[in-house]
Design a protein around this ligand. Structure first.
Ligand code: SAH
Length: 396
């Protein structure tokens, strides 16, 4: 096994159990390794710290599989790790009965670069690191064994694979997808999941709890759902008894998916739903000009800042939509505002939203801090920004 030797002092983050080795920390690779091969990681004094996957093309030069320096990284290792991740979800009371569930959440489940989401009998897998890519067969086998699923569909078409020197790839890697549309029931609402053409693995499972909360706050209210994708928040709001729900997204296919979802839920009053294909930045200004007002507004935009380098521009975009949102609220109204930008931590996000409230001239307070659902755990050593964060603010 090749040995990756760190520069002096560069073992600190590993000792704190952060599983990444950046290019700037590497003194040398002693021996030969191809992308994805397992290497031993040593500090400058020769002490072995971990076993990791080598990724020569990535700025993250190695990702730790195990801090147990004797661990064999083999089929049995992946079988154990995958089974443990699946068991954690099965044992969690808040996740009981969910047909749509994240089974593996990368680093936080000890499997860097591995995402697996379950939609009924189908598992959708995404591999984004050289190490994960190398162990594809072991991971698929372990998923089938741990879940008894009928199909595993791979959606490794994320741009981040390019950073690891990996080509995009997608398709069935086990079994066959069901013939018709794949649906899940999420807290009483049926949602179609387009595992082949949808965003990410087909659906934003991390927002499940927040969609439910929106439903619980929606009774009798006029709701505005910005960046609605296939209508997850909109349908929960209708289920919760919203008086009306206006949903906006710039993607025609996403809105078409929302229409199909509405059709899957005949129990909901579709006449209370209004849909607009538009850019949210413009639509919020237009709504103000039209004199529209709302009691509950959801802002769930895409990642504006993938890394800290984009934080400043992202901050302006967050401030803009939050300020416009605050201005559209009736007295007592609630703004539910999210960020999934790695480059924007919760503290910065709160500052931005606070600045937006001041600029909008409203008096606002946080009534809920909003996080991703329990099937999206965050490792304690993972940097602050790398997870979904949200604030529900009520204006005076
Ligand atoms: N809230 C959704 C997920 C939102 S994903 C859910 O719970 O399922 C972000 C969405 O924002 C995508 O559907 C994308 O099409 C849309 N989007 C991105 N930029 C936009 C813009 N400037 N205006 C309107 N929609 C936008």
């Amino acid at each position: 096994m090749a040995r990756l030797i760190l520069k002096p002092g560069k073992e600190r983050s590993l000792l704190r159990r952060h599983p990444w080795v950046f290019a700037g920390s590497v003194a040398e690779l002693d021996g030969r390794a191809r992308a994805g091969d397992t290497v031993e990681v040593l500090n400058a004094d020769g002490r072995v710290l971990a076993r990791a996957a080598w990724s020569p093309e990535s700025q993250i030069r190695a990702r730790v599989w195990s801090f147990d320096v004797e661990a064999s990284i083999d089929h049995a290792f992946f079988k154990r790790k995958v089974a443990a991740a699946v068991a954690r979800r099965s044992a969690h009371p808040l996740l009981a009965g969910q047909a749509g569930l994240r089974l593996i959440h990368g680093e936080s489940d000890g499997l860097p670069g591995v995402i697996a989401d379950r939609y009924g009998d189908v598992v959708v897998m995404q591999l984004t690191s050289a190490g994960a890519d190398k162990w594809r067969a072991a991971i698929v086998g372990a998923l089938v064994q741990a879940t008894g699923c009928t199909a595993v569909y791979e959606r490794s078409d994320s741009e981040v694979r390019g950073l690891e020197g990996l080509p995009p790839t997608a398709g069935c890697v086990h079994g066959e997808l069901p013939a018709g549309p794949l649906t899940i029931v999420e807290n009483g609402v049926t949602m179609e999941v387009d595992v082949v053409g949808g965003h990410k693995t087909g659906f934003y499972l991390d927002q499940r709890d927040n969609r439910l909360l929106t439903g619980r706050l929606a009774a009798g209210r006029q709701v505005l759902n910005c960046f609605c994708y296939t209508g997850g928040f909109s349908l929960q709001a209708l289920a919760g008894g919203a008086a009306g729900v206006l949903s906006i997204d710039s993607s025609g296919p996403a809105l078409a998916g929302a229409q199909r979802n509405l059709a899957h839920n005949p129990q909901l009053d579709a006449s209370r739903a209004e849909w607009r294909e538009d850019d949210v930045f413009q639509a919020l200004r237009a709504l103000r000009a039209e004199g529209r007002r709302f009691d509950l507004i959801v802002l769930d935009p895409p990642k504006f800042a993938p890394s800290a380098a984009h934080a400043e521009r992202a901050a302006r975009a967050y401030k803009d939509i939050n300020m416009l949102g605050f201005r559209l609220l009736n007295p007592g109204g609630i703004l539910m505002s999210y960020s999934c930008s790695g480059g924007v931590g919760l503290e910065l996000f709160q500052k931005i939203v606070a600045g937006a409230a001041i600029d909008a001239g409203v008096d606002a307070r946080i009534i809920h801090r909003l996080a991703a659902a329990a099937d999206h755990p965050v490792g304690l050593a993972v940097p602050e920004g790398e997870y979904l964060k949200g604030l529900a603010c009520q204006v005076g």
